[in-house]
Design a protein around this ligand. Structure first.
Ligand code: ATR
Length: 283
C-alpha cells in the first residue's frame, strides 16, 4: 500500500509579519529534507488569536512560531506552557497534538546551541562552569538569555541596562545570582567576566555603545550580540580589534528554529553553512 505522509502545515504568526525570516529558513529545510509540508507567514491581529487557535485545534496546522507583539499574549490560550516559556514570559513555538496546543520558548535553546556550535566549552573555565557573565539590556530578549545562562550554572550575572530599575526588577525575579546595575558599571564588572552578551537594540541602524570599556575584559573573554543586522555590530568589531573571541547573532535565529521544525515535521534539521548562507543572502 502506498502510505503517503499527510501534508503538514506550520506558520509564523505576527503583526506585522512580513519581516520574518522564518519562512525562508523553514522552507529551506522542507525542500532539503524533501518533506511534504508548508510554512507560511500569517499576519494576525491580537483580537483574532482565539479564532485562530480553534482552527489549529481542529487540525489545520501542526503548529508554528509566534513573534512580536503576540509572544507575550498567548499563554492563556495554550493547554500547557513549558517551564522556559513561563519563566521567560514569552512563547515563540506552538505545537498542536490531538487538538491540544503546547506553548514553549526556543530562544534560550537557540542562544545556547549557537554558542555550543561555534565555541565548544564557551561556558567552562578550568573545567568548571564559567563564574561570571555580563548581560547588557533588561528587556524581553534579556529574559531568555538570563534563563539560559542560569541553566548553564553560571554563578554570577552582572545585568546592566540604561534604565537601572529594569535590572533591579529582573534581579528580584530571577534571584541572587543576578547583580543589577547601570551601563556605567561595565568597567567595574569587566575584570572577572568571561562572557559578554548584548541583548539591547544597540548596534542596529548604525547605533553603537558609547565608550564601553572592553579593554577591561580578560583576554580570554567571549563577546556575542543578539543583533544580527549588521552581522558584525560595532560591539563585535571592537571586540575583534582587541583580539577577543566573538560570535554573531545570526546563529541564534537559525538554532531556535530547530525544536519547532522537528516537532511539526518529524525530522530534526541541521544548522549548516549552506543554511546560514541562504539566510545571509536575505539580510
Ligand atoms: P526586546 O524585547 O528586544 O528586549 P525591549 O523590551 O523594548 O525589547 O528592550 C529593549 C532593550 O534595549 C532595553 O534593555 C533598552 O534599554 P531601556 O530599558 O533603558 O530602554 C535597550 N535599549 C534600546 N535602545 C537603547 C539605546 N539607544 N541605548 C541603550 N539601551 C537601549
Amino acid at each position: 500500500m502506498n502510505q503517503q505522509a499527510a501534508l503538514r502545515h506550520a506558520f509564523v504568526l505576527g503583526h506585522p509579519v512580513a519581516h520574518s525570516r522564518s519562512p525562508r529558513l523553514h522552507t529551506f529545510w522542507l525542500k532539503n529534507l524533501k518533506i511534504a509540508g508548508t510554512y507560511r507567514p500569517i499576519d494576525l491581529e491580537p483580537a483574532d488569536l482565539a479564532e485562530f487557535f480553534s482552527k489549529m485545534r481542529d487540525g489545520a496546522f501542526a503548529g508554528g512560531n509566534v513573534t512580536i507583539p503576540l509572544k507575550e499574549k498567548i499563554a492563556e490560550l495554550c493547554d500547557d506552557v513549558d517551564d522556559a516559556a513561563t519563566k521567560i514570559g514569552a512563547i515563540n513555538t506552538l505545537v498542536q497534538h490531538d487538538g491540544k496546543i503546547s506553548g514553549s520558548n526556543s530562544d534560550y535553546y537557540g542562544f545556547l546551541a549557537n554558542l555550543d556550535q561555534n565555541v565548544p566549552q564557551w561556558d567552562q573555565a578550568d573545567g568548571k562552569p564559567l563564574n561570571h557573565a555580563i548581560v547588557l539590556g533588561a528587556g524581553g530578549a534579556s529574559r531568555a538569555i538570563i534563563y539560559a545562562l542560569l541553566q548553564r550554572g553560571i554563578d554570577k550575572i552582572s545585568l546592566l541596562n540604561r534604565t537601572v530599575e529594569r535590572t533591579e526588577a529582573l534581579a528580584s525575579e530571577f534571584g541572587p545570582r543576578l547583580d543589577p546595575g547601570p551601563m556605567s558599571a561595565f568597567a567595574q564588572c569587566a575584570g572577572t567576566a568571561g562572557f559578554v552578551v548584548n541583548t539591547t537594540a544597540v548596534g542596529m541602524h548604525g547605533s553603537a555603545f558609547d565608550g564601553l570599556e572592553l579593554h577591561a575584559l580578560p583576554p580570554s573573554a567571549l563577546v556575542t550580540d543578539l543583533v544580527y543586522t549588521p552581522l558584525v555590530t560595532p560591539l563585535l568589531r571592537d571586540a575583534q580589534k582587541r583580539g577577543l573571541k566573538t560570535v554573531d547573532g545570526l546563529g541564534m535565529l537559525l538554532h531556535q528554529a530547530v525544536p519547532g521544525f522537528e516537532k511539526w515535521f518529524g525530522q530534526r534539521p541541521f544548522v549548516t553553512p549552506q543554511l546560514r548562507q541562504h539566510i545571509e543572502q536575505d539580510l
